[in-house]
Design a protein around this ligand. Structure first.
Ligand code: CUA
Length: 147
């Protein structure tokens, strides 16, 4: 190993130590939580739509072989939707096409994401994790309508 290689490895190793120390400092000293979609919520056994205000919705999605519950919902354009997702059987995917929402439905846990719909239209939800013989038929939709 020549001198330049040793220097490059030393700098890279030093940076890893600094980054790790910064993360530990942020979590322990500054009480900053690392970004995660995991919640401490108890898994639910059915899908549900809860409307908080005219443009704030909370949707509990239950994935199962081979459906999502609820399958179809309607929200007004401009709505913010808090999504909670779990699975009653195996690992499923949950991708809302046309948005950046891409979650996993994991049995025994609840995952979370927030999405705001600024454009009206039909947003299809697909399972993008192979989950069994009827995987390709797992779909749902969010219909975003003019208020
Ligand atoms: Cu559920 Cu693929």
């Amino acid at each position: 190993m020549d001198r330049a290689e040793r220097l490059a490895l030393s700098v890279a190793s030093g940076m890893l130590v600094v980054f790790l120390a910064a993360v530990i400092f942020a979590v322990v000293q500054l009480d900053i939580t690392l970004p995660t979609c995991l919640t401490s919520m108890e898994p639910f056994e059915s899908g549900e739509v809860i409307q908080h205000t005219a443009d704030r919705f909370e949707v509990h999605y239950l994935a199962m072989m081979w459906d999502f519950e609820p399958a179809e919902i309607e929200v007004p354009r401009g709505a913010t939707v808090d999504l909670y997702l779990t699975s009653e059987d195996v690992l499923h995917g949950f991708q809302i096409l046309g948005t950046n929402i891409n979650l996993m439905a994991v049995p025994g846990t609840v995952n979370y994401a927030r999405v705001r719909f600024d454009t009206a239209g039909r947003y299809r939800i697909v399972c993008h994790e192979y989950c069994g013989v009827d995987h390709q038929s797992m779909a749902a939709a969010i219909n975003v309508v003019e208020p």
